[in-house]
Each structure stands twice: as structure tokens, then as C-alpha cells.
Design a protein around this ligand. Sequence first.
Ligand code: HEC
Length: 169
Amino acid sequence: MFDTMVITKAVAGVCSALLIFLLGMWVSETIYLPHGEAPVAYAIDIGEAEVDDGEPAEEVDIAELFASADPDAGEGLWRQCRACHVMDEGVNGVGPYLHGVVGREISSVDGFNYSGALTQLGDVWTVEALNAFIENPRGAAPGTTMGYNGMRGLQDRLNLIAWMERESQ
Ligand code: HEC
């Protein structure tokens, strides 16, 4: 069997191998990794990162698009909201009533227990604010209690907003 010396040598062998490995790593890191604020040697310009949110990258004029939105096409989309919202004035569900919401002050329905998160979007529900909120409620107003995941199509959102505006007249 092995005597103590053999075991000692084996352990010493493993330890020094590890030490050499660690030293090697340290040396190569010192040589190759950038130090402090030193500039990266080869910075490659990949242009502005583009976030693909499924919408055209160019600026869209919401007001102009809204002018030609189709309330009839928006009517069917209301299905996604009516589990929690009612169009009739003064009738709150899980969410506040939405009669007259276009142009209404944000978080202003009496007796509704708002989260307080919506005022991040401004004072008044403009078409732009509604569009941003409906697209991604929790993204536009972090902390909102509106449990709705968002509507992806810009035209759909504008059609729905146009329908809500028409229903309020
Ligand atoms: C699961 C329930 C639920 C669904 C579905 C839902 N909402 Fe809401 N909504 C809420 C709640 C709750 C609030 C209050 C949020 C807060 O205070 O943060 C709210 C708030 C709002 C507000 C702000 C109203 C105000 O008085 O300031 C608007 C506008 C709105 N919802 C539109 C919609 C639209 C449009 C849809 C459908 C596309 C929709 N919601 C779907 C629950 C819902």
C-alpha cells in the first residue's frame, strides 16, 4: 500500500498544479482584460440598438392616425376590457367606469380605490397616454393594479379609443 510520503507527494502535486493554473489565469487576465476605464481596443459600431416591439420604427403621428381610427372596428376589442370595466357613468367594476375617459382627468373617479401608479402618465387621459397605457399597462405605469397584459396593434388601440370616445357621447 502507499506510505505517507507517496500520499504527501500526490497532494503536493495536485496543489502545485492548482497554484500554477491560478497563477496562469491571473497573468492572462492582467494582460488581456481591460484595466479600469481603459478604452476597448476594438470597439465595433453596431449602430443604435433597435427594440422590436412589432411596430414601425419611424415616428408615427398618433393624432393623425387617431383622426382616421374606426370606432366600429374598436367595438369588438372592448370584449378585452369589459370583464373589469363598464362604459356607464358611475358604475365601477374591478376597474373604474370608462365613460368619458378620453380627456378625463387621470385617476379621478370618485369612490374608486386607485393604485396611485397611473399619475405617472400625466394629468389627463390624452389619446397618447391611453395608447401607451393600453399597449402595456404595467410597462407604462409600473405598479398599476390593472391586470391586463396589453394590446399590441397600434391601429387596434386607436380604434378602441375611438369607440370609447363615441360611446361616451
Ligand atoms: C383584469 C381587470 C382589467 C382589465 C381586463 C382591464 N382593466 Fe383597465 N383598469 C383595471 C383596474 C384595476 C384599474 C385601476 C388601475 C390603477 O389604479 O392602477 C384600471 C384602470 C384603467 C384606466 C384608467 C382610468 C382612470 O380613471 O384613470 C383605463 C383608461 C383603463 N383601465 C382602460 C382599460 C382598457 C381600454 C382595457 C381593455 C383593453 C382595460 N382597461 C382592461 C382593471 C382592468
